[in-house]
Design a protein around this ligand. Structure first.
Ligand code: FES
Length: 113
């Protein structure tokens, strides 16, 4: 089972964590299973960017993002070359290190505000 090292995030994971993931699981599923409550406003439908993560190590081991994911990523706060949507990135056999950005852009919440 690959390990996912989650770098510290002030609210979601203040100390950082190393969690186990199953091959074939999405990063989002693995985080939620480990009680790291990453936002996932569209429920994994590739229709928001709230599950944005930056893959600091192991990025090249993931499948390439498809066009729909690329389009959604363009709306993410703090986009980087190794950014992914956690609900669209499937864990392979390799260990990963990820960072959950400090902010997410939740258009649904912004509209209500
Ligand atoms: S939860 Fe909306 S794109 Fe991942």
């Amino acid at each position: 089972m690959p390990n996912i090292t989650v770098l510290p995030h002030a609210e979601l994971c203040p100390e950082g964590a190393v969690i186990k993931a199953r091959k074939g699981q999405t990063l989002c599923e693995a985080l939620l299973a480990a009680h790291i409550e990453i936002e996932h406003a569209c429920e994994h439908a590739c229709a928001c960017s709230t599950c944005h993560v930056i893959v600091r190590e192991g990025f090249a081991t993931l499948d390439e993002p498809d066009e729909a994911e690329e389009d959604m990523l363009d709306r993410a706060w703090g986009l980087e070359p190794c950014s992914r949507l956690a609900c669209q990135a499937f864990v392979k056999g390799a260990d990963l290190t990820i960072e959950i950005p400090r902010y997410s852009r939740n258009l649904a919440k912004e509209r209500k505000a």
